[in-house]
Every structure is written in C-alpha cells, then in structure tokens.
Design a protein around this ligand. Sequence first.
Ligand SMILES: Nc1ncnc2c1ncn2[C@@H]1O[C@H](COP(=O)(O)OP(=O)(O)OP(=O)(O)O)[C@@H](O)[C@H]1O
Length: 173
Amino acid sequence: MSDNIKTQDVEYTNEWVKWIEEAVDREYFKFYEYNQFNNIQHIGTGGFGKVYRANWKNSEKQFALKSFFSLDNITVKEIVRELKIQREVDFHDNIIRCYGITKLESDNHNNYWLVMEYANGGSLRSYLNKNFNNLSWDDKYNMAYQLSCAVSCLHNEGIVHRDLVIYLTLFNY
Ligand SMILES: Nc1ncnc2c1ncn2[C@@H]1O[C@H](COP(=O)(O)OP(=O)(O)OP(=O)(O)O)[C@@H](O)[C@H]1O
C-alpha cells in the first residue's frame, strides 16, 4: 500500500516537473542561469521556502529569488500554481511581477526557484509600523485603493488571495 502511494507521488512530481521543463523549453518563461546571480542575500522566509535578494550578472538590478524547501509533490504543484497565477495577473501595476525561473542544480536533485520583481520598500506591515502616524487620510485612501485594485484584478481572474489581514490593519491601527 505505502509503495503504491510513493510511486504515485513520484509520478505526480514528474508530471509537474515536466510541465515546468516544457514551459521553459517553449520559452513561456524566461530561464535565468542560477550561476549568473550574485550578491545573494536572505531576506525572508515563507511557508514554502526562503526568499533571497540577488543581482543579475553585472547589473545593478535586484531580483527576489523565491526558493522552495524541497521539490516534493506538493511543492512542485505550488510552483506551477504560482507560475500560472502570475501569468494571469502579470499586467497589473500593483502586483509583484514574476520574471521567470531559475534552477539550482545539486548532486542528487534539481530545485526550481521563481525569479521575481524585488519590492525594495519592505512589507506593508513594516512600512505601517514605521510610518502609520505620519500618514494622512489621503495616503491611507490611496494605499487601500491600490490594494483593492490588486484584489479586484485577482477576483476578475478567478483567484482568491486568502491572506488579507493587512487590509484591516490599514484602518485599525
Ligand atoms: N518580491 C519580493 N520582494 C521583497 N521581499 C519579498 C518578496 N517576496 C517575498 N519577500 C519577503 O520574503 C518573505 C516570505 O515571502 P513568501 O512569499 O515566501 O511568503 P509569504 O507570502 O510571507 O507566506 P506564504 O508562504 O504563506 O505565502 C515575505 O514576508 C517578504 O518579507
């Protein structure tokens, strides 16, 4: 029984890995050579992995690199889910852009990382912690409006965010 489940898991993982490799081959996403990134620094950790800031080649341009703890079935599915969502909402100014994908190769496995726009202002929470008392109602209105536009864009594409606590924070500090 347990062998059976393991075999299925491997098959599913291969299916999603294949999806990523085909998308890269067909140039649906830009592929970034991992070894061309430099100055890689850890900036945060989420439920699925760590996030790093890095420079690309010799440019000043900074990217956020989103790594994943392991390349198991659930994680690869999460990568594909995120790539698909990003592709749907790529046009919106208030949503972080996904530029492509990179691959970290190691002895016994490959791991795909997302290459994303780097938000250099920190999180909205830390921004509010520092600046809330100096914000006018116009500032708050503008932020709430931009958040609403982003959420509305997601909803128009049939996507639910599921983690919008910060919304309430904006008005209840
Ligand atoms: N594009 C980015 N630019 C700058 N910092 C980022 C970027 N993406 C993520 N971070 C930082 O890394 C942290 C972890 O981000 P990540 O997207 O992995 O997880 P999360 O959205 O916080 O949680 P979850 O994994 O549950 O979705 C964030 O809280 C943020 O501080």
